[in-house]
Design a protein around this ligand. Structure first.
Ligand SMILES: Nc1ncnc2c1ncn2[C@@H]1O[C@H](COP(=O)(O)OP(=O)(O)OP(=O)(O)O)[C@@H](O)[C@H]1O
Ligand SMILES: [Mg+2]
Length: 371
């Protein structure tokens, strides 16, 4: 398979200085006519050259707005946007050297696939003679070479999304912005496309990718780092492993993966949760404080163990390869994901579950990005 050459190979290319990542420098966006709503609040974030950064967060948290600020579709009220070391804050979208793919493909219905892919290059005034070869390259890269003459309506959803990606790549962007690119696809197609995107990134290692998603599996699978957004603000940023294993806040713990978040009282070498004393590292949280203990459901086992909790089974869900148990312990519902049980407990049955001290993370109360 041919690989689209990196920007450095083409010194005359307009986008040749776009390599080198993205930097948000205190970027604030408020939509006009809606000045009460700040859609993005002083965002500071750097995407390194060649890095895949996922933007994860609930609906309305400002993810698309952050992408639009990079693409040039919204103008920040304050702050600067850099692509590489170029300040692009005042540049129009077509001069920024970015490729963008949105949720709904947005292909031109009256244009054949090849013309859709050529579209961005025409806007960028790529010499006419170069266009066919670059269209072919981009279609090959996305596995769509055989469909060049078709119209979008003659393609499946997954194929349309590939064309949208080919169109974004054809301009040889240093930066690729993907806004929920897989959300319109069904679960199976989505996981296939996820593998495709990972392969694409291996073939284009110099391209920085900012990837917006609701889906934590996508974020955990694809991203080198994840930026967690809430309420127009960056809440947390780190590698998927960091955020998953050592979350700093309840928000991150519950948004990146599933979590049991138990209110506890901190002692000197243990915490108390209702009647139970649980051995966990109390780090530097002062004895007497209240805190939240985060334990991932798949790290909770059935039966007695180092840190045991006993309660009543409130719900049992069979999920194929696992059982999810909900156990009511002292008025709190504890989730346990267990390898499929041969004989799952009955509702109302008293059971004991446990977790290892090293599998729990203690979160100080009230820790968030505000201080
Ligand atoms: N064109 C617009 N005019 C006014 N307000 C807007 C506009 N676009 C977005 N907003 C508001 O800005 C905030 C952030 O929106 P944004 O689209 O960035 O969220 P998001 O994180 O992408 O959400 P979703 O996951 O639902 O796509 C929301 O409160 C939204 O209502
Ligand atoms: Mg959005």
């Amino acid at each position: 398979m041919r690989v689209i050459a990196g920007p450095a190979d083409r010194p005359t290319d307009r986008t040749s200085d776009t390599r080198g990542g993205i930097r948000f420098d205190r970027v604030t966006v408020a939509y006009r006519g809606n000045t009460d709503t700040i859609a993005l609040d002083s965002l500071d974030l750097t995407v390194e050259p060649g890095e895949v950064m996922a933007l994860l967060g609930p609906s309305g948290s400002g993810k698309t707005t952050a992408l639009r600020a990079v693409a040039g579709f919204v103008k920040p009220a304050a702050g600067r946007v850099f692509i590489g070391d170029r300040d692009v804050t005042g540049l129009p979208p077509h001069r920024r050297g970015i490729g963008m793919v949105v949720q709904q493909y947005a292909l031109f219905p009256h244009m054949r696939v090849e013309d859709n892919v050529a579209f961005g290059m025409r806007a960028q005034k790529v010499p006419k003679g170069e266009i066919p070869a670059r269209v072919a390259e981009a279609l090959e890269l996305t596995g769509m070479a055989a469909y060049a003459k078709r119209y979008p309506r003659e393609l499946s959803g997954g194929q349309q999304q590939r064309v949208a990606i080919a169109r974004a790549l054809a301009i040889r962007p240093g930066v690729l912005l993907l806004d929920e690119p897989l959300s319109a696809l069904d679960a199976r197609l989505r996981s296939g496309m996820l593998a495709e995107l990972a392969r694409l990134h291996r073939e284009l290692p110099e391209v920085s990718i900012l990837y917006v998603t609701h889906d934590q599996v996508e974020a955990l699978t694809l991203a080198d780092r994840i930026a967690v957004m809430d309420n127009a603000r960056l809440q947390d940023v780190g590698t998927p492993q960091d955020l998953y294993r050592r979350p700093r806040t309840e928000f991150t713990a519950s948004f990146v993966g599933n979590a049991n978040l138990l209110p506890v009282k901190v002692g000197s070498a243990a915490v108390s949760f209702g009647q139970a004393e649980l051995k966990v590292s109390t780090q530097d949280i002062a004895p007497g404080a209240t805190a939240t203990l985060c334990v991932r459901p798949h790290l909770v086992g059935l039966g007695d163990g180092p840190n045991s909790l006993t309660g009543e089974v409130a719900e049992v869900q069979w999920r194929g390869s696992t059982h999810r148990l909900y156990v009511d312990v002292d008025g709190h519902r504890v989730k346990a994901d267990l390898r499929e049980l041969r004989k799952p407990p009955a509702l109302g049955e008293r059971v004991t579950v446990h977790f290892a001290p090293e599998d729990a993370v203690l979160l100080a109360a009230g820790v968030n990005s505000d201080g």
